[in-house]
Design a binder for this molecule. Structure first.
Ligand SMILES: NC(=O)c1ccc[n+]([C@@H]2O[C@H](COP(=O)([O-])OP(=O)(O)OC[C@H]3O[C@@H](n4cnc5c(N)ncnc54)[C@H](OP(=O)(O)O)[C@@H]3O)[C@@H](O)[C@H]2O)c1
Length: 338
């Protein structure tokens, strides 16, 4: 009988890493989790990878490493993005031998504005997060012939109940709908907004782990591809989920926000906003600008592994977010006036 694979999951307290860790543990792996601050579950260790030595329990060798740790913020300096998303990868590679199957979590958006991870300059990407994810992919393909790189788009919760360990970027939009933080949705109603469930990612990592390391770098892209939801559909589903949740609690419905094209927003609304809005309003509008190009993608990602319909998972994930953020989800948005 072969012993269970000794497996390290980094970023194990995060949205993706926690689902991956559960899936591999269920499949019989001997799993250890690591995150910067550590977790409360057994065998969840604290290790700031790239910044300090690992605790004794986390010294190798490993049969499998699934690298989910990252700083996913979009507004980091290039130096900080390098430090948080590339230096930890280097440190891990230095500690894993040729017999370790290395599975790296990347993002569909790592191909930036040019459709490729090859450009080295920051300007080829929407932000330093994308740039650092592309840098990490280039480093891996240069140094690890047997690496698995898995790209995927925005992550929703588990398929059965929408459960998600952590709520990031996308859910700021749900919050913005409830608080009235933004006056309009800037983007293209018919653009693609690709979403996957943590179950899709964790299940696929489980399949890769069972199959073993490839002979040459292998890139997988998960997503809906050309079957992905459109931006308008996504917001309608999210709004439906929020309004049903609110109605069950006797709270009035949120109105559908109008869509404003990017060009129109930048040429007409933004100059007006800069002149007339107060500082708090302007800060929210500026934060919202980071989403524009993500809501305007008219070309779908080319998925090598198409995931199932995401509609009910999106609905459940938004409801779940509301369950956990009742104060925000029951807010009555204030009308926007300068
Ligand atoms: N969420 C998405 O929509 C999405 C979409 C596409 C790709 N991805 C990719 O999927 C991966 C996981 O993302 P996520 O959404 O699960 O992120 P997340 O929820 O923000 O979790 C990040 C995890 O990484 C840990 N971490 C960060 N830096 C670390 C370091 N230097 N050493 C040790 N642990 C560190 C964090 O620990 P602490 O909390 O203790 O700091 C946390 O456990 C990332 O590679 C991300 O780029 C995510």
């Amino acid at each position: 009988m072969t012993p269970p694979a000794r497996t390290l999951v980094t970023g194990a307290t995060g949205a993706v890493g926690s689902a991956v860790l559960r899936r591999l543990a269920d499949a019989g792996h001997d799993v250890y989790g690591v995150s910067s601050r550590g977790g409360s579950a057994p065998r969840q260790f604290a290790w700031r990878i790239g910044a300090e030595e690992p605790p004794r329990e986390l010294r190798g060798p490993w049969d499998l490493v699934v690298h989910c740790a990252a700083n996913t913020r979009w507004n980091l300096s290039a130096r900080r993005a390098e430090r948080d998303n590339v230096a930890p990868l280097r440190a891990l590679l230095d500690r894993t031998g040729p017999r370790t199957h290395f599975i790296h979590m990347s993002s569909s958006y790592a191909i930036g504005l040019t459709g490729s991870v090859e450009p080295t300059e920051v300007e080829a990407y929407r932000n330093t997060y994308e740039w650092s994810k592309a840098t990490a992919e280039r480093l891996l393909t240069a140094e690890r012939p047997d690496v698995d790189i898995v790209r995927f788009p925005i992550v929703m919760g588990a398929r059965p109940d929408g459960a998600l360990e952590r709520y990031s970027g996308f859910f700021w939009l749900a919050s913005a709908l409830c608080t009235g933080a933004v006056p309009a949705l800037v983007g293209e109603e018919k653009a693609y907004l690709d979403l996957v469930s943590t179950d899709d990612v964790a299940g696929y990592v489980g399949e890769l782990a069972a199959g073993g390391a490839p002979a040459a770098p292998r890139l997988s892209v998960l997503g809906g591809g050309d079957g992905a939801l459109q931006v308008g559909e996504t917001f309608d589903i999210a709004l439906d989920a929020l309004n049903t949740w609110r109605a069950e609690r006797g709270v009035g419905p949120l109105l559908r926000l109008p869509f404003v094209g990017t060009e129109q927003w930048n040429r007409f609304y933004l100059p007006f906003a800069q002149e007339y809005l107060d500082r708090a309003q302007l800060l929210r509008v500026t934060a919202f600008q980071a989403y524009q190009s993500y809501l305007s993608m008219t070309e779908p990602f080319e998925a090598t592994h198409q995931v199932g319909d995401i509609t009910s998972t999106l609905y459940r994930s938004v409801r779940r977010w509301a369950d956990l953020h009742p104060e925000t989800a029951t807010r009555i948005p204030q009308p926007w006036r300068p």
